[in-house]
Design a protein around this ligand. Structure first.
Ligand SMILES: [Mn+2]
Length: 404
């Protein structure tokens, strides 16, 4: 049995201010294009079974634009493969906090051949393939500990689908990683994993397919990693990783501005961007500058910056002032022993309920944020704050516990 496995598509993801010719956010469009490329390649590979292991949608209530396009793509996809089985499990991004609020994936089960699991751990039997699929969507992850996960002895193939982070997948400290011994077992013909945005083979029969575009909280940490889908042969337990074309993401070498003159700094910014050549056009680029004195900051060449921002889809000049109290270590250079949340898996995003107030940084009441003091940081919050800074010179920021 040949299985196509893709994951973490994040349809409805939006970032930056660029729009395409129809007024759709350019990144939302990119994510849809990546999905369409993956579906076309999978259709041509003619697998017996297709698996999507969570975060098909970026949000509990994705934008209509992405929802409509995705429905159309999947409908055509199913017709083109004569409604062969397609199984989708829910990830943390599309799972509502409250079970009764309804999951958007339920819409897709009306497509022929599509089965969806989003509420709890559930077993699906597909008689036509002589296969049983044990599906663990994001909401089922807390139940793993007290469940016995066993293959069905009555079917030829047994697959395990999981959206969650196994222990050992990331070096970073996890609050509650999933017990690897409980999941990664030889008795499964294939263990299809989602939630980790970088393609990774955990065992010969266990693979994270990774995301199909750069949609995690910190895309810079995965710059240069290929995006794609997995074609797995359950009889030989071998697989091929098929890459798909995405928007280019470059995290340029940081510049240490401690001993630089303004001319040297501007030259360094220009030469690092020039090194990309034409690849800069339409790309997502970050240039970090460390130990930047405020006087030097004012002398950054505005003309050069405007040109770079016009050529790239998004050019982020991430400027960090020196911090004397840390012995000169710049902001942003995280001490090695400091605990950090993994970001490839989008843990810091709070997408699960749009009814909650938007995330805010913790800040005492009455403190005003001006454009000049805005942190030049990437990610959703950075973009949002910068937009606010562009439209309002002074913006009162209410006190509140922020959740990223
Ligand atoms: Mn994800």
């Amino acid at each position: 049995m040949r299985i196509a496995h893709l994951s973490d598509v994040h349809l409805g993801y939006r970032a930056y201010s660029r729009t395409n010719e129809y007024g759709m956010n350019q990144r939302e469009h990119d994510v849809l294009q990546a999905f369409r490329r993956a579906l076309r390649a999978i259709r041509d590979a003619e697998p017996d079974l297709v698996l999507i292991t969570g975060d098909l949608f970026h949000a509990v209530r994705p934008p209509n634009s992405s929802l409509l396009a995705a429905y159309g793509y999947l409908s055509d996809f199913q017709k083109s493969r004569r409604n062969a089985p397609l199984v989708i499990i829910a990830g943390n991004h599309e799972t509502p906090r409250v079970a009764g609020s309804g999951c958007i994936l339920a819409l897709l089960k009306h497509l022929d051949g599509v089965q969806v699991v989003y509420d709890q751990i559930d077993g699906l039997e597909i008689p036509a393939l002589n296969a049983t699929l044990l599906c663990i969507p994001a909401r089922g992850v807390p139940d793993i500990e007290r469940r016995i996960l066993q293959p069905n002895p009555n079917t030829r193939y047994n697959l395990l689908l999981l959206h969650g982070l196994l222990e050992g997948v990331t070096q970073l400290t996890l609050e509650r990683p999933i017990d690897r011994q409980k999941i990664v077992r030889d008795e499964w013909d294939y263990i299809a994993l989602g939630d980790w945005h970088i393609y990774q083979q955990v065992a010969p029969n266990a693979i994270y397919a990774g995301a199909t575009e750069f949609t995690s909280t910190n895309i810079w940490e995965e710059a240069g990693e290929p995006k794609g889908w997995v074609l797995y042969d359950a009889d030989t337990r071998t697989h091929e990783f098929h890459t798909i074309r995405t928007r280019a993401v470059y995290d340029l070498l940081p510049i240490d501005a401690a001993d630089m003159t303004a001319v040297e700094l501007n030259q360094a910014i220009e030469s690092r961007a020039d090194a990309l050549g034409d690849a800069l056009n339409g790309a997502i680029v970050r240039q970090r500058v460390w130990n930047l004195h405020p006087d030097l900051r004012r002398q950054i060449d505005g003309e050069l910056l405007r040109e770079l921002k016009a050529r790239a889809l998004h050019y982020l000049l991430d400027l960090r002032a020196p911090r004397p109290s840390t012995g000169g270590r710049a902001y942003g250079q995280t001490p090695r022993n400091r605990r950090r949340e993994p970001t490839h898996a989008c843990r810091r995003v709070a997408p699960v309920c749009r009814d909650l107030p938007p995330p805010r940084r913790h800040r005492p009441r009455g403190v005003y944020r001006t454009r000049r003091t805005l942190p030049a940081r990437g990610g959703r919050n950075g973009a949002r704050l910068k937009r606010a800074g562009n439209s309002l010179q002074f913006r009162p920021v209410k006190a509140g516990v922020g959740y990223n």
